[in-house]
Design a protein around this ligand. Structure first.
Ligand code: IPM
Ligand code: MG
Length: 352
């Protein structure tokens, strides 16, 4: 199989973790006889520095002419504490999601047996946790109209959803539940928000008409945030809107013991992008301490997207082997002294 992959490494540790994922993809292509062709393009703070634009047209062209996008991380502290900045690196990622219509963000969360003692949560709470978050990614408060009054004293962000935006991701989440443990939880704030009441109505109707075989339940987001810590193993597929999904997926990362393990896929009608859920970790940049596993597992999700399921499984097995043998970056194995590239080397050599 021949595939063209747009590589958007971005800022901070982005380039370091992406190059380990490419190492692993190259090992897959060698072992399984595929050709992956990579085209690199700028995004985020580095793109602002070089072109003034966090998502240059050229980058978008590279993405739309590729079979998939592999994304690293974006963000730079010089923008974080400056609310007056006119352009921000994050705008590049948001524009990319919107331009490629990547409406469904899929984030698997798992408690690895080999790392169970690394989580700050008690073992008996998190053991057996294995769920996946379907986060709506191109609507809601992230993309609704924003206003700031002339005097700078009043601001607003509109949270807007349409029935069709809810339906298209709900279809994907229901189908995913059928392939898993057949359970779906809609997380919303329907006791307060009109947009959440629309989510509940649309999802309930779709359930009755097309997916009555799937167990469906509902949680308010505040309760869900608590349940995710108290009893995370109860979840199978979680469906939620953009902002709630952003928040609960960082919360979910605590279960696995490191945010450096969480992968994601962003899927739309035509395009697909794969990225770790962590940020650009500026303090860790260039030190060889960034965990490449989230990006490597994102590359595995990309292989699944190409229907290369055996290859994806080979990557996941190699990752498990690294975790079991303690070949991990310092946030997981402080005494192991393995660098970002040691972990990538070990995983790519373990592909069979
Ligand atoms: C994420 C990130 C982004 C988001 C930021 C970087 C804009 O936190 O992918 O979860 O809020 O969606
Ligand atoms: Mg986030």
């Amino acid at each position: 199989m021949h595939k063209k992959i747009a590589v958007l490494s971005g800022d901070g540790i982005g380039p370091e973790v992406v190059s380990e994922a490419i190492k692993v993809l190259n090992s897959v292509s060698e072992k399984f006889g595929h050709t992956f062709e990579y085209e690199h393009a700028l995004v985020g703070a580095i793109a602002i520095d070089k072109t003034g634009d966090p998502l240059p047209d050229e980058t978008l062209k590279v993405c739309t002419s590729s079979d998939a996008v592999l994304f690293g991380a974006i963000g730079d502290p010089k923008y974080d504490n400056n609310p007056d900045a006119k352009v921000r690196p994050e705008q590049g990622l948001l524009a990319l999601r919107k331009s490629l219509n990547l409406f469904s963000n899929i984030r698997p969360v798992k408690a690895y047996d080999s790392l169970i003692d690394r989580s700050p949560l008690k073992e008996d709470r998190i053991s057996g946790t294995d769920f996946v978050i379907y986060r709506e990614l191109t609507g809601g408060i992230y993309f609704g109209e924003k206003t700031l009054s002339e005097d700078g004293k009043t601001a607003s962000d509109l949270c807007l959803y349409t029935q069709s935006e809810i339906e298209r991701i709900a279809h994907m989440a229901f189908k995913a539940a059928r392939k898993r443990r057949n359970k779906m939880t809609l997380i919303d704030k329907a006791n307060v928000l009109e947009s959440s009441r629309l989510w509940r109505r649309v999802v309930t109707e779709l359930h009755q008409s097309d997916y009555a075989d799937v167990d469906l339940d509902f949680l308010f987001v505040d309760n869900a945030a608590m349940q995710m810590i108290l009893n995370p193993a109860q979840f199978d597929v979680i469906l939620t809107e953009n902002m709630f999904g952003d928040i609960i997926s960082d919360e979910g990362s605590v279960i696995g013991g490191s945010i450096g393990l969480l992968a994601s896929a962003s899927i739309g009608g035509q395009y697909a992008m794969f990225e770790p859920i962590h940020g650009s970790f500026p303090q860790g940049t260039g030190k060889g301490i960034a965990n490449p596993i989230a990006t490597i597992l994102s590359a595995a999700m990309m292989l699944d997207h190409f229907s290369l399921n055996q290859e994806a499984e080979a990557v996941r097995t190699a990752v498990d082997k690294a975790l079991q043998n303690g070949v991990c970056t310092p946030e997981i194995n402080a005494g192991g002294q393995y660098t970002t590239s040691d972990v990538g080397d070990y995983i790519s050599k373990s592909i069979t």
